[in-house]
Design a protein around this ligand. Structure first.
Ligand SMILES: C[S@@+](CC[C@H](N)C(=O)[O-])C[C@H]1O[C@@H](n2cnc3c(N)ncnc32)[C@H](O)[C@@H]1O
Length: 158
């Protein structure tokens, strides 16, 4: 599946942020059965759906990205979560230093804005194949992040 080889470059738990209908977290959990996958979703109704389809190595967490424990995931993935600078702000705090955020993006994504946002949260944009933006976490989440729920969308960092 798309993104599998990118995800495999980083060890540790995988979190799909804003999993919704299960993409890309459920297909990733199926093709990587030895990896722990967390399907993180803010809407309770969608979590009920995810619970009925999650394979054994995936668990569903109902909650917002901004309210989760920091610096634990090896990889955070997200597809259609929000505008890419907001998505990277929500995802990076979950990732431990050395890990990465992998965003599934369309052609309108603006890598320069993502790089600017990432730099504020200990992240650096790496060379990424078409359709993806890969941001590596370079250190612990800085003080002041994550910002309060809703702020990243209202006042993006870039
Ligand atoms: C457009 S859907 C995309 C779902 C799935 N990734 C896909 O590609 O089909 C975005 C999802 O992100 C969830 N979401 C939005 N903000 C979130 C946040 N801060 N934390 C966790 N989930 C969030 C929404 O509830 C929604 O289910």
């Amino acid at each position: 599946m798309a993104g599998r080889s990118l995800v495999e470059q980083f060890d540790g738990p995988i979190v799909d942020v804003g999993s919704g209908g299960g993409a890309p977290g459920i297909p990733l959990a199926c093709v990587l059965p030895d990896r722990e996958v967390v399907l993180l979703e803010a809407e309770r109704r969608k979590c009920t759906f995810l619970e009925s389809w999650a394979p054994p190595n995936a668990r569903v967490v109902w909650g917002r990205a901004e309210e989760q424990e920091l610096d634990w995931a090896g990889v955070a993935v997200a597809k259609a979560l929000a505008q890419p600078p907001t998505a990277v702000e929500w995802c990076l705090p979950l990732v431990r230093p050395g890990g990465a955020v992998i965003l599934w993006v369309g052609p309108s994504a603006e890598p320069d804005r993502v790089a600017l946002a990432a730099a504020r949260i200990a992240g650096t944009l790496e060379q990424s194949p078409p359709g993806f933006l890969v941001v590596r976490k370079t250190g612990p989440t800085p003080a002041g992040f994550p910002r309060r729920p809703g702020v990243a969308k209202k006042r993006p960092l870039a």
